[in-house]
Design a protein around this ligand. Structure first.
Ligand code: IPE
Ligand code: IPE
Ligand code: MG
Length: 257
């Protein structure tokens, strides 16, 4: 981009931002960052390079979330099914996660961001777990944007884990069957005490949920990008456009408006 187009880009981004800020913002945005592999393959590059550029896109979206003062941002980074990929790609994803945390943690912390993980990271290599846990500890007291990173996350796994913990609590006598309701079921999920996502964004033109927040998305507004918008190309303006689109929708939750 030359100077003139950078200037134009910034101007339109700011304009869009102002527009978005005129209406109520979603409290919780969840994103399926999809299309890294295809982005790279289109350019004749290895898939891993796509993931690297994908992590750059992610940084921009986190920045914009802070600017907008969003409360919750949940990013799908590694699913329970992503173990089915070649080991080489899995390793590259782990390395990128470590790199992201090492390079960004200070900045994230400065911006009052609280990092949280959804999913079971005990299956990850020890050094990755350490890095993730360090980031959680370091940002523990922050009360700005809650940045949920979904790692080895599956919606079905989330629900099954909740059920197991509920049964445990029943066995311990701290919960009885009659007491189970939607409110306290929520407390057993990885997203305990968080509002459900208001908006789900998925790039790359796949129209599916891929085992993301199944329970939590009962009434989430879904936004799917055009097919040729792959995650590494998703920018702040696209993000703002998705939010604007959300703001124009009428949510009824089964009632009447
Ligand atoms: C999303 O991009 C990132 C992860 C799943 C970790 P993909 O790797 O799924 O890219 P495509 O969908 O194959 O293009
Ligand atoms: C969903 O994308 C998981 C992440 C973005 C981490 P996938 O690329 O794994 O989903 P499918 O296989 O296309 O459904
Ligand atoms: Mg994919």
């Amino acid at each position: 981009m030359n100077f003139k187009s950078i200037f134009k880009f910034t101007k339109t981004t700011e304009k869009l931002m102002k527009k978005v800020q005129e209406k109520p913002l979603p409290q919780h945005v969840a994103i399926i960052m999809d299309g890294n592999g295809r982005w790279a393959q289109k350019k004749g590059l290895p898939r891993e390079i796509g993931h690297r550029y994908g992590s750059e896109a992610l940084k921009e979206i986190v920045k914009m979330s802070v600017k907008l003062d969003l409360k919750y941002l949940t990013l799908f980074a590694f699913s329970t099914e992503n173990w089915n990929r070649p080991q080489k790609e899995i390793n590259a994803l782990m390395d990128l996660l470590i790199e992201y945390l090492q390079e960004e943690l200070e900045e994230l912390d400065k911006n009052n961001i609280k990092i949280n993980v959804l999913g079971d990271i005990s299956k990850f290599p020890i050094h990755v777990q350490k890095e993730v846990n360090y980031a959680i500890e370091k940002t523990f007291d922050n009360d700005g944007l809650k940045l949920n990173i979904a790692l080895n996350y599956g919606g079905r796994d989330d629900i099954l884990r909740a059920v197991k913990n509920i049964v445990k609590d029943i066995e311990l006598g701290v919960l009885s069957i009659g007491d189970i309701n939607e409110k306290n079921f929520n407390k057993y999920l990885y997203t305990a005490d968080m509002p459900d996502p208001d908006l789900l964004i998925r790039t790359s033109g796949e129209y599916r949920i891929s085992n993301f927040l199944l329970y939590q998305m009962a009434y989430t507004e879904l936004w799917f990008s055009r097919p040729n918008l792959l995650w590494p190309d998703f920018n702040q303006r696209d993000f703002l456009k998705a939010i604007l689109d959300y703001q124009g929708r009428q949510r009824r939750f089964g009632g009447l408006k």
